[in-house]
Design a protein. Structure first.
Ligand code: ANZ
Ligand code: ZN
Length: 855
């Protein structure tokens, strides 16, 4: 037989599937549905190996579920708004729209060349007005529902890019793109009230039992629920004169109140602002803190600094003791009350601060059994609190209590005194969705001097982005546009101003999964279609989206449900986070990266193929342009075909781990495609033998492989499924060369081999199917069923009892002689231990069930 030629076969089968609309999904209440979705790509230019891995996994699931009889929805679209398009416009004068759509065209062609079982009739691009008009409509509904707020807030301002940055975009106090020192600014912004769902988003995590534990934990920490107290201190001035103002703080460690040695407020706290008007030093300190930005990470790492306000807080339980009040750089305005009491012995930040300013360090919690007089805290705070290992010391009426007991006591007393109450706090903040950017969905509101904020009437949606914009000035092109923002107020008709902020692109990706159910519907989501398809049965993507994208989507599903655009809570039933694709790196001794394909070995050393320069082997790292270790999927598909690339991406490495791209591995996958092709052709020509034992052996191997692969694919263990397929290929190869098994068993094994590898190598499978002269097409063929009788093992596990009590178990051949079983169990250590030296009186063996020793 001729070699299998993917260059010929792959486009042919892709055309067949397209012409037959093989993957177009239609709602069908009579069939179970399966919705599989991979995180849709940002149209950055070209697909990379990470995409290949991600979309291959989704595709295997889609094809496998389809063969199992599910009505599968497997759509694809483009997360098409965002900064890179605008940067292309700024750097190269290409309009964001044409840049984006050119990229979409390229990447779509690339994805199609992978042979993905996608329903392209549902393709959406988030930058298309037919998509974002619904986003605008829903935003207006969210406004009516009270889920939207406009408020002045502190933002990270990038003075070069002229944009507000998310905390994640501030790295070491600098803008992630511009590298400029970020400033803090107050700006009126739009917010979605995700905090209205803090409790709900947290508690519902428990139900997400098909999500990776680590993702649930990350979300839990991000939401950050804590139980504490809000209480206030009486204030006095330098001279001990009482002020008629109190200082309210939030704490989760009220048990440590006797260890308090100072209070601190945020530099943005109202009190700090007010005092800075007459305190130039404080004003300067506030500016210094502002320069830190709002990133908690940066704040956490910065040296702890403060500015004394000349005010004192009276200790609620220590008459005559007063605590100096500072403005401090580590107290955040957006959390709790923006004010704290500092307990240096039990909080590292407070300790660093206390050491700097010479404040007392009073330990009030100590390991049980420690002598309070000798217990000291050095440079590390003692933060242990859980369990029964600690005890309160130096704390008057709390002495001897556990931390929870002390908390309870303080809460009760403070409540009685009327100075505070218990309070649950969340770390989660409302979601700031305003961006001062062009390439995003316009926020559909109008500012009117007379009427205030007026939503754009729904019959005037979409508010489309103007295309005639320029990028020659820094800042938002929508601001500079001569006419776009000047509109008449929809309510009073007077001249008004259109909102020029656009949405955070995370909004676009927070509901696309729902739009896929009915991508052409006149409303955001057709409820009937969504009822059938939602939730997503299997969602797959990178763990880098574990927090924001997934949390925003979970919120959006709830907000849409609250506004009758959906009727679910959780959008993603099952989540899988795949690992990255990594590749070796090389560099010259000067540290310049070199393409791995330019590295060759000479006399056992790595050198540059052209220049002969000696090379250093770098690590195996995530593919990145800067390290020159990128492998272009197009090249691989051109050389080996898509099936090889797909197969390689799933082989050997468990899908959640990073996979190393190697030339040898790709070639191995390529050889296996040829091997299957030969085995199938040889099987088709096979005349057959007449040894029933050989036939049975092959059939057992085939059915066992089938059962295992079915199991492995159901639980996304692709690499194990592939290992099983290799095994079956070996068994089939052996049977063919032995020539003893009959033709029927060989054909069956070959058929299983093809059908099982079809989700991974769909083109090759179709080609084989034809070579085997089977009717129809693999794509329409049901997944075969393994015969339990052939799968069943001839081994059995039996319980071992001593005097009727279960002590152990052993696995033996099903037909093992009871006498042999008896001999075996008597050798077990567990049995000897249970007998405690008593002699064996009797052994009863029930074949296939138990062995009971009486002694
Ligand atoms: C006194 C204390 C003593 C604290 C102690 C901790 C340890 P979680 O658990 O994350 O909610 N805090 C409160 N508001 C703050 C703000 N706006 N900026 C910075 N820190 C703030 O953290 C609650 C603890 O973080 C609170 O408990 C408070 O310090 C601090 F031994 O109060 B604690
Ligand atoms: Zn008006």
């Amino acid at each position: 037989t001729e070699r299998y030629n993917p260059r010929d076969a792959e486009p042919r089968w892709q055309k067949h599937w397209t012409d037959n609309k093989s993957f177009e999904a239609k709602e069908d209440a009579s069939r179970p549905k399966y919705y599989v979705l991979e995180m849709f790509p940002y149209p950055s230019g070209r697909i990379h190996m990470g995409h290949v891995r991600n979309y291959t996994m989704g595709d295997v699931i889609a094809r496998f579920r389809r063969a199992l009889g599910y009505n599968v929805l497997h759509p694809m679209g483009w997360d098409a708004f965002g900064m890179p398009a605008e940067n292309a416009a700024i750097d190269r004068g290409i309009h964001p729209k044409s840049w984006t759509y050119d990229n979409i065209a390229t990447m779509k062609r690339q994805l199609q060349s992978m042979g993905l079982a996608l329903d392209w009739s549902r393709e959406i691009a988030t930058c298309d007005p037919s998509y974002y008009m619904h986003e605008q409509a829903m935003f207006i509904d969210f406004m009516k529902k009270g889920l939207v707020e406009r408020k002045v807030s502190m933002v990270n301002w990038d003075p070069v890019d002229h944009t507000v940055l998310a905390n994640e975009q501030v790295i070491d106090g600098r803008g992630w793109r511009s590298g400029a020192l970020v400033e803090k600014r107050e700006l009126a912004q739009w917010f979605l009230k995700i905090t209205a769902y803090s409790d709900e988003l947290l508690s519902a995590l428990n139900g997400l039992d098909k999500w990776p534990e680590k993702v649930r934990l990350m979300q839990k920490n991000w939401i950050g629920r804590s139980e504490g107290m809000r209480f206030s201190f009486a204030l006095e001035d330098e001279n001990g004169k009482a002020l008629d103002e109190r200082l309210t703080v939030y704490t989760t460690r009220h048990d440590t109140i006797f260890g308090a040695s100072f209070c601190a407020i945020s530099a943005d706290h109202e009190l700090a602002k007010r005092l800075s008007e007459s305190d130039a030093g404080l004003a300067a300190f506030r500016r210094e803190v502002a320069a830190l930005g709002t990133s908690e990470e940066t704040i956490e790492r910065a040296e702890k600094k403060g500015h004394a306000l000349g005010l004192y807080a009276r200790h609620p339980f220590r008459p005559g003791v007063r605590l100096p009040v500072y403005a401090a750089n580590f107290v955040l305005m957006g959390y709790g009350e923006g004010a704290i009491f500092g307990c240096p012995a039990h909080d590292q930040r407070d300790l660093d601060f206390a050491r700097k300013y010479g404040l007392p360090v009073i330990p009030v919690v100590a390991p049980k059994g420690t002598d309070p007089a000798t217990f000291e805290v050095g440079s590390e705070a003692f933060v242990e609190k859980e369990g029964d290992n600690t005890v309160l010391i130096n704390s008057d009426f709390l002495d001897g209590m556990s931390v929870p007991e002390a908390k309870e006591e303080i809460a009760t007393r403070m409540e009685k005194m009327g100075i505070g109450e218990r309070k649950v706090n969340f770390r989660l903040r409302d979601w700031g969705v305003s961006r001062q950017r062009y390439w995003g969905c316009p926020i559909p509101v109008i500012h009117c001097a007379a009427c205030g904020i007026v939503p754009v009437p729904k019959d005037q949606l979409p508010v489309t982005l103007p295309e005639d914009v320029t990028f020659d000035k820094p800042g938002n092109p929508l601001e500079h546009h001569p006419t776009w923002k000047h509109v008449d107020c929809p309510s009073c008709g007077k001249p008004a101003r259109r909102e020029t902020d656009t949405f955070d692109t995370f909004i676009d990706s927070s509901w696309y999964y729902a739009r896929f159910c009915s991508p052409h519907a006149a409303e955001p989501v057709d409820m009937g279609a969504a009822k059938y398809w939602m939730g997503v049965d299997q969602y797959i993507g990178g763990v880098e989206h574990a927090i924001l994208h997934l949390l925003y989507s979970r919120f959006y599903a709830r907000a849409m449900t609250a506004t009758d655009h959906l009727a679910i809570k959780e959008p993603f039933e099952s989540l899988f986070t795949q690992g990255m694709v990594i590749h070796e790196t090389f560099r010259t001794l000067n540290g310049e990266w070199v393409l791995p394909s330019d590295a060759v070995t000479k006399d056992g050393k790595w050198v540059h193929a052209q220049t002969g320069e000696p090379l250093e082997v770098g690590g195996v790292e995530k593919m990145s342009k800067s390290k020159k270790n990128v492998v272009d999927p197009d090249d691989i598909i051109a050389r080996f075909g898509a099936d090889t690339a797909r197969w390689f991406m799933l082989s050997d490495t468990p899908p959640e781990r990073d996979i190393e791209w190697t030339e040898a591995g790709a070639e191995g996958a390529w050889r296996f495609t040829q091997r299957i092709w030969r085995l199938v052709n040889d099987s088709a020509d096979y005349a057959g033998g007449s040894d029933p034992a050989a036939a049975l052996e092959l059939r057992r191997a085939a059915h066992k492989a089938l059962a295992a692969v079915t199991d492995d694919l159901s639980s996304l263990r692709f690499n194990r499924a592939i290992a099983r397929i290799y095994e079956l290929a070996n068994a089939l190869g052996a049977a063919l060369s032995a020539g003893k098994a009959d033709a029927a068993s060989v054909k069956e094994a070959a058929e299983f081999l093809v059908l099982m590898s079809a989700p991974m190598m769909p083109h090759l499978a179709e080609e084989c199917w034809q070579a085997m002269k089977r009717p129809g097409f693999v794509v329409d063929t049901a997944w075969p069923k393994a015969d339990p009788a052939l799968v069943a093992d001839d081994q059995v596990t039996i319980a071992v009892q001593v005097n009727g009590k279960r002590r152990d178990e052993i696995t033996v051949a099903k037909d093992m002689d009871p006498k042999a079983v008896e001999a075996l169990v008597l050798q077990l250590g567990s049995v000897a231990r249970a007998l405690e030296g008593r002699p064996v009186k009797k052994v009863i063996v029930v074949p296939g069930r138990i062995a009971n020793i009486v002694g």
